[in-house]
Design a protein around this ligand. Structure first.
Ligand code: GLN
Length: 193
């Protein structure tokens, strides 16, 4: 197994699925910390923005100064991985919502994009760079409507919509990679960090 013990990855712990991410990062051999204050960003190599409720997380991020602090973190070349609500937080624009939170990634994201009937589901995805299909769990998930193709690379699609994309050291996915035992997407992120 590859050694990631030199990496220290944070998980933004304002709301949402935090502990599963911490476990997955540790499973891969990196150091993992829950981040509740901006001072805890110091010395991290990367940060996961977890799934949850993007409006709630965004509000708390504004309240605690995380918007500026995370933009600054990204400008230092540190990695950011937005999963589900985290993808919404990274997006430069939202299709069905006037809000922009971090606005770091050149993608347009549609919230709750799969509608009510298929609220939550699991499927397998072909992912660029992975030899075997990846089991992906979607929970009231967003997807990417548009990317700036000069800057962003699509790594996986589902029914013609992008659900995993990368832009330099930013990674965003629609699904919850922390909810299956399969840590290959997290590993992709550690490689970027
Ligand atoms: N599982 C999730 O993170 C859901 C995201 C949520 N629907 C939102 O808009 O914030």
């Amino acid at each position: 197994m590859k050694d990631y013990s030199h990496l220290h990855i944070g998980v933004l712990a304002l709301q949402g699925a935090v502990s599963e991410h911490l476990q997955q990062i540790e499973q891969l051999g990196a150091k993992a910390s829950a981040v509740k204050k901006i001072a805890e960003l110091t010395n991290l190599d990367g940060l996961v923005l977890p799934g949850g409720e993007s409006t709630a997380i965004g509000k708390l991020m504004h309240q605690y100064g995380f918007i500026e602090a995370i933009k600054d973190f990204a400008s230092q070349g540190k990695g950011l991985f937005g999963t589900c609500a985290g993808m919404i937080l990274l997006a430069k624009s939202l299709e069905n919502d006037p809000r922009v939170h971090l606005g770091l990634m050149d993608i347009t994201v549609q919230r709750n994009a799969f509608g009510r009937q298929v609220d939550s589901f699991q499927t397998t995805l072909e992912v660029e760079g992975l030899a075997e299909p990846y089991p992906a769990v979607f929970i009231r998930a967003p997807y990417i409507r548009n990317i700036d193709t000069a800057k962003v690379t699509s790594l996986a699609s589902f029914n013609g919509n992008i659900v995993l994309a990368k832009q330099e050291k930013l990674l965003a996915c629609s699904f919850h990679p922390e909810l299956t035992g399969d840590n290959r997407i997290m590993k992709l992120f550690l490689e970027m960090c």
